[in-house]
Design a protein around this ligand. Sequence first.
Ligand code: HEC
Length: 400
Amino acid sequence: MDPNLNEWLNLTLRWFHLIAGIMWIGSSFFFVWLDSNLEAPKGVDSTKASLEGELWMVHSGGFYEVKKCKPGPGEMPEHLHWFKWEATFTWISGFLLLCLVYYLSNGIYLIDPQVSNLSAGAATLVGLACLTGSWFVYDLLFQSPLAKNGKVAAAISLMLLFALIYGLCHVFSGRGAFIHLGAIFGTIMVLNVWVRILPAQTQMIDATRRSEMPDFNLGLEAKRRSMHNSYMTLPVLFMMISNHYAALYGAELNWLVLVLLVVVGSCVRHYMIVKHGQAAWVLAPVIVCLVALWVLTSPKPVDSQSYAPSRVTPSLKTTQEIISRRCLACHSINPTDQDFPVAPAGITFDTPELIEAYADRIKARAVVSKTMPLRNKTGITTEERVLLGKWLETISPIEE
Ligand code: HEC
């Protein structure tokens, strides 16, 4: 695809996706907040059995009163505001962006020969199969008799989730695995809205409009799916920005990093959902996970003895040679790599000054996380990484 067109499509989809996503997650946060801040009804209406709670808010110069009720037969107002298109448009734009960046780019970001030898086409099929298959497994589980016992269903779904994360990280490149888990969660969330939440709400509305008593159990099932969505939101938001953090997706045990980050996100969400901070205990697992993440992503001391021949002293000249052999194909004013007609991220290493200026990032990407060269397209050797690391140490000491 023409690189300029690709860039504009990328920007348009991403911008749209971000706006729709803010509207979706924003309204979902708002309703969770409403639920946990409703006060027991008082005053004139308090005798009305249908009133579950109420609250007053002040915002942008106006006062707002919200009441949560269970409308009885014939009490459904004419105008009802729904919140369904935010989720739908977030998913559509996200899926198109996934196709553009991961499926239509020769697998450059999707696969990694050091992880598996899947071709780009096969990896795309696996990706699409995961997106659809995960929904069916999840939905079947929560429709099955197993779901009657909430704890059993939660335990099974967590085990399946951890197995999925392990599998994804052993099929796709690190960033490909992280973004796929995000896309899988997003797909489950949007299908929860369309397949389980909206139909239940529609049935309840139809019943009251027919002047019948609605079956509020339908609302409970919708509420459960909406709770699941709520626990997925913070992990999804992390996964959507994860490809900026090579130390995370590029870690040796990146599947464990992802598991821990999902746990952290869900615990923080639990804290936000439970009323008035009654869930302070979740801080304990969050802190344990964060410490474990710090350890998992800390750079390992480079085993220089076993690789770098002692006769080669790292110097700017050797460094420049390595960089020109392994990096300039992409990071140059005139790149030669056919996938990157323009230097990615605008980063070029054509002169010694530029190499020195980017020393820290070169260390982070080519020595510590080994996520550059991308997919190791230019075939850098371990020895060259060690040499790069040694030279970088001389200009910016590694803190141990
Ligand atoms: C096949 C093309 C390709 C090659 C070869 C390549 N890179 Fe990159 N590089 C990319 C792409 C694409 C990005 C932007 C995406 C990203 O950050 O992962 C990037 C981004 C970067 C960044 C900026 C992002 C950051 O984390 O600061 C640095 C630094 C970098 N590469 C270093 C290197 C070094 C050092 C080498 C050689 C050892 C190298 N790259 C070789 C494609 C390449």
